[in-house]
Write a protein that binds this ligand. Structure first.
Ligand SMILES: [Zn+2]
Length: 430
């Protein structure tokens, strides 16, 4: 018998209730205070936001609380923004297996976010309305921050080490070559608006539809290569805390990440959001809806975020943070560097627009029970009963068509459409 085994056997048995109690107390001490502020100026009235600080992983158990902060910047109307605000959180949570521990829950969250975004998009498109929305959706559980986004409403992180980094990716055709390639490969055309004399004006757009964004929720009248599959990034802060600034493009068209962080440094979150909006207005005027949420994660033994230490070469550290642009989770080297600096531990990052890559192959689909649960919409379907709710062309059993998890016929059709494998057929004519 090894020494380790010997010493383990000598440990007295601790009752389970005591262990759980210890865990709860530890979690309570380890959890940051979450303080936030919000400010907005409307030009078109298409920005919406969601703040929910009383969510619970296990309903009825306050020690499992988490917070959600989200911004929805609508276009061509407000219905997609409102629908997403009302339905997205529920759709994400329903995609997380029940009975998960905190660790499992956090690990399942990135995939659940993908499923929730796609489900919300399908449900909205079935209503036959034509508006669309960006979404930046932030889940805070303890020191772990998970951000899912489509479109160009950014979320930045200002750590107490004085490093400002971007947690989202801009899905703008003008700035994202990878997305231009994907849209073109899926059957869309990318180009600028033509005016008299053949002069091209404005940002790059995709046609049909003329949208400047490559990902959104809604946009039924635009090609289905405009996908709702979010970029997801999950990080864990050190217990020094940090500040998130989540805002619509009205802010980011006026201010860089560093400028926004600087505009509100050392000021409580409630006031900080107002200062960021004021600074954007000062530099650019009110050209667009401008919405800002500032969220502080504050060590529980401090009343406010501690004073900022002087910035330590933000550009160098900022670039370290973004060393990897890969589709998969972070490189060990980056993780180690950031951990060594005690700033941020990068847990997960994935931005692929391919559903198969995002849902993985090992998704539990209830195959044991004979009933298949769709990995996107969570609907139960037996493989023989493969008729979609709103009937379309009959397809083969989806599980035979690809290696990924089971998808119901409806979600399989959506997947094919997003990949340009069938012509765009809007569900309802205008
Ligand atoms: Zn489904």
């Amino acid at each position: 018998m090894s020494q380790a085994e010997g010493s383990r056997m000598k440990l007295p048995l601790v009752p389970l209730a005591t262990l759980i109690g210890r865990e709860l107390r530890k979690e309570k001490v380890d959890k940051p205070y979450v303080k936030y502020g919000q400010a907005a100026l409307a030009k078109k009235g298409e920005d919406y936001f969601l703040v929910k600080t009383d969510c619970q992983r296990i309903p009825g158990n306050p020690s499992t609380s988490f917070s959600v902060f989200s911004i929805f910047d609508g276009h061509n109307g407000i219905s997609a923004a409102i629908f997403t605000k009302e339905n997205l959180l529920g759709n994400v949570l329903s995609a997380i297996p029940q009975g998960a521990t905190r660790e499992e829950w956090l690990q399942a969250l990135p995939r659940a976010l993908v499923a929730g975004f796609v489900k919300t998009d399908i449900e909205f498109q079935q209503r036959g309305e034509t508006s669309g929305t960006t979404v930046t959706f932030v889940v805070i559980d303890g020191w772990t921050i998970t951000v899912a986004s489509v479109g160009d409403s950014r979320c930045i992180l200002d750590t107490q080490g004085g490093v400002v980094s971007l947690l989202t990716v801009d899905h703008r055709l003008e700035e994202n070559a990878e997305e231009r390639e994907r849209v073109t490969a899926s059957g869309g055309e990318v180009g600028r608006l033509n005016i008299f004399g053949g002069n091209e004006v404005g940002p790059l757009r995709c046609w049909p539809g003329g949208l400047c964004l490559s990902r959104s929720i809604g946009d039924t009248d635009v090609g289905e290569f405009i996908v709702p599959i979010p970029h997801v990034k999950q990080v864990k802060l050190s217990n020094a805390g940090g500040r998130l600034i989540i805002a619509s493009d009205g802010i980011w068209d006026a201010l860089s990440s560093d400028m926004a962080a600087k505009a509100c440094q050392g000021v409580p979150a409630e006031l900080a959001a107002k200062l960021v909006v004021k600074e954007a207005l000062r530099s650019r005027g009110l050209k667009d809806d401008t919405t800002c949420l500032v969220v502080d994660l504050i060590p529980s033994d401090l009343p406010v975020l501690p004073p900022i230490t002087p910035r330590k070469k933000p550009n160098l550290l900022g670039s370290l943070f973004f060393v990897k642009k890969s589709q998969n989770s972070s490189s060990k080297a980056t993780k180690k560097t950031l951990s060594a600096l005690g700033l941020v531990e990068e847990l997960f990052e994935e931005g692929s627009a391919m559903l198969a890559e995002r849902l993985g192959k090992d998704f539990h689909s209830g195959k044991d029970s004979g009933i298949f649960k769709c990995a996107v919409c969570q609907a139960d379907q037996s493989p023989s009963d493969n008729k979609p709710a709103n009937s379309g062309p009959t397809l083969q059993t989806p599980s035979k068509r690809w290696e990924g998890p089971f998808l119901c016929t409806n979600c399989q059709r959506k997947k094919d459409a997003m990949e340009g494998k069938r012509p765009n057929t809007p569900t309802v004519a205008a």
